[in-house]
Design a protein around this ligand. Sequence first.
Ligand code: PLP
Length: 367
Amino acid sequence: MSFRIPWAKPMFTDRERRHVIEALESTWISGGPYVDRLEREFTAHHGAPYGIAVSNGTTALQVALLALGVGPGDEVIVPGYCFVAPGNMVIACGAQPVFVDIEADTWSVDVDAVATAITPRTRAIIAVHNYGNVCDLTALRHVCDRAGVALVEDVAESAFSKRDGQFAGTVGDLGCFSFQATKTITTGEGGFVLTPRQDLYDKMRTIRDHGMRRGKRYWHDEVGFNFRLTNLQAALGCAQLEVLDQIIAERGRVWRGYQSQLGGVAGVALQHFQPGVEPVMWAVALRLDERQFGARDGVIDKLAAAGIETRPGFYPFHVMPLYQRYGARPLAVAEEVGARVISVPTFPALTDEEIADVCTHLRELAT
Ligand SMILES: Cc1ncc(COP(=O)(O)O)c(C=O)c1O
């Protein structure tokens, strides 16, 4: 189904075409100089010591967990409400996900719930920054340091957001990003991991390349994977970084447009951002009160009939039988947020008229 107003659309300028053609004509279509450049520039932009490009945001999480040595017998704490990738990657490593509840207003992981869930088997905490928000990283860092466990940030939805002046993805031991097509910057599919630790960086580079020893071709010291990003994809990423200021400015305009037109509407609660958070919005998300709007999925259908694409919140892990088998138990806030949240079109080229159109249609659905 095609929509008059889609939910997401990447912003491309002539630069993407130029860089991709240059990569193509260079015949470096797997690894190549654009990968090195993207690694250098994305890492330097964040002021991070080390960074590695990978094939997508899911493999970013997987390589991060593998570098930490997460495996059978370990527990990893994951928010009960988020995109499914962190839970899946914990399970893929053979470890046990321990799902904890989120805050009712920010939809970020509840730090007290994290602290309570720590056991002697806890190996890491994955802090997922939802929709552009940033979790309370200072508090989470403190909890992790006290318990001696690693902090992994999932920054797939919050690239370039900051909290207290620090980029999301630079406070944890590892910060995992996605460059999938809807994300703040995109390479089609792609991912990245930042880390302040050289040991984790070295390990990730080895795992990304089949566990092959650097400097000794076809000699393998451990089981690894092919998690590499291609030069063609990295060419897109480098072009996106060149227009990053524009992408961020346009996403900010879109967010302010929704805030000003939906902020005071009865039955609409916009995602809350704590003081100190400077979000770069991946998706503007709202919680709808059933008393005014009826069931959330009915709202999605009515907006779709008007040509407007929206998305539901994530199903919390515990409502899916698959994750119940991995120990997911009911979490009240995650359940409520998962049932009521809707995200609205958010992308740089969305016009002010289109934002007004979405808001008008939404307001008309309230009784
Ligand atoms: C929070 C979160 N983590 C991880 C991912 C996985 O990223 P990718 O699609 O690049 O594998 C996504 C979404 O795509 C996400 O939203």
